[in-house]
Write a protein that binds this ligand. Structure first.
Ligand code: KG4
Ligand code: ZN
Length: 355
């Protein structure tokens, strides 16, 4: 049974190709926000877009329009709360594909207007940033070991390295100057003839290959900043594949390419994150976003953290790739930090919203 001062949040996410809704409870009063997830529903459009080899924005928006109401209804039903018992509606404002974002934002505004619920606009990247906190409770001893934290967000659209001094104080240290990490996985998969999304396919094949078979470059590994670049790595794979003759048939060679590409990407991500942790005397490291589902990245980051005596945080299953639970978590943190929910009439989707 929820406490008297508990607030309920209905969270909605439609920034790319997942229509998602979740219901969470947030109880103020302690230093660390007390958050309980009551339900989380994700309707993935992967089947629709894999036929086209990538996300088609207009098709994604049309699918969101079709799915959003049933997804929100399922999340409410599974949570045990009726709409009238919801206090706030949280919605992803950006960044993302504008046709997709508009569906979620306008749906949230209409629902908020009809049911008289104020809105909490959420930056999608903030959702990823806070997703590793989903299982951190204030009774555990781990909270004092959290900050300063170096947070690596690796998704299909972004690669961001951030310094968190506390849960409300964060600063972006570096970003990708070209392709995002997930985008590189997707593009390399495409040129190897693997289906979309490429990340899971590459990691599946990589498990059968030799990560030292091909020496791919580690772009910007030694650059004296915290930016990343993945387009050169992708091009190196492209030249290698062209050299061997397009349409490589040997599964063994494909597996070696996947394993060697993955090793190069993971190497850069881990080494730059560790360098930031040393410079800012971090107590912990977190990774989030779709690419944080990658077992090789997680294992390498975990090993580096163990060696350096750093705590390591990674979201639980279901919170790596896009979902609405993380949007609800970020909304709860915003409430905890004093944000006042707004009447939604003026809210606008923003495809370039910065963290
Ligand atoms: O966070 P996310 O769901 O969407 C964005 O906000 O962009 O991330 C999707 C990305 C895709 O590029 C996908 O290929 C990648 O995450 N991804 C992976 C894995 N699972 C998903 N990349 C590497 N290894 C994986 N296991
Ligand atoms: Zn995302």
């Amino acid at each position: 049974m929820a406490k008297k001062n508990t607030k309920t949040i209905l969270a909605i996410e439609t920034s790319c190709d997942e229509t998602a809704a979740a219901v969470l409870e947030y109880t103020p009063g302690s230093k660390w926000p007390q958050i309980t997830t009551r339900s989380s529903v994700i309707n993935s459009q992967v089947k629709l877009h894999s036929k086209m080899g990538g996300v088609v924005p207009e098709a994604a928006a049309r699918a969101h329009v079709k799915n959003i109401r049933p997804v929100v209804e399922s999340a409410l039903k599974a949570s045990g709360y009726k709409l009238k018992a919801i206090d706030y509606i949280a919605v992803t404002q950006g960044p993302g594909l504008i046709p997709s974002l508009i569906v979620g934002v306008e749906f949230a505004k209409a629902l908020g207007l009809a049911a008289q619920k104020p809105l909490i606009p959420v930056n999608h990247m903030l959702g990823h940033l806070y997703s590793p906190f989903s299982r951190v409770k204030d009774k555990g001893s781990r909270i004092k070991d959290l900050f300063p934290m170096i947070a690596l967000i690796v998704s299909g659209g972004h690669t961001i390295l951030a310094l968190m001094k506390s849960h409300k104080q964060y600063k972006v240290l570096g970003q990708t100057v070209d392709d995002a990490a997930g985008e590189a996985f997707d593009k390399v998969a495409k040129l190897l003839g693997l289906p979309y999304p490429g990340g899971p396919e590459i990691s599946r094949l990589a498990a059968k290959g030799n990560p030292r078979a091909i020496k791919f470059p580690r772009p910007m590994l030694n650059a004296k900043n915290y930016d990343f670049s993945f387009s050169g790595l992708k091009t190196a794979v492209l030249y290698f594949v062209k050299d061997k003759g397009l349409g490589i048939r040997s599964i063994g060679l494909k597996a070696d390419i996947c394993a060697s590409f993955q090793a190069a990407a993971v190497d850069v991500l881990v080494q730059k994150t560790l360098r930031a942790a040393r410079e800012f005397k971090a107590k912990s490291i977190s990774i989030s976003g779709g690419v944080s589902a990658n077992q090789t990245l997680r294992a390498a980051m975990q090993a580096a953290c163990t060696e350096q005596h750093l705590e390591f945080f990674v979201p639980p299953a279901g919170l790596h790739t896009d979902n609405a639970e993380m949007i609800g978590i970020a909304a709860a943190f915003k409430l905890h930090q004093g944000f006042r929910p707004v009447p939604g009439a003026d809210l606008k989707a923003d495809s370039n919203l910065a963290l």
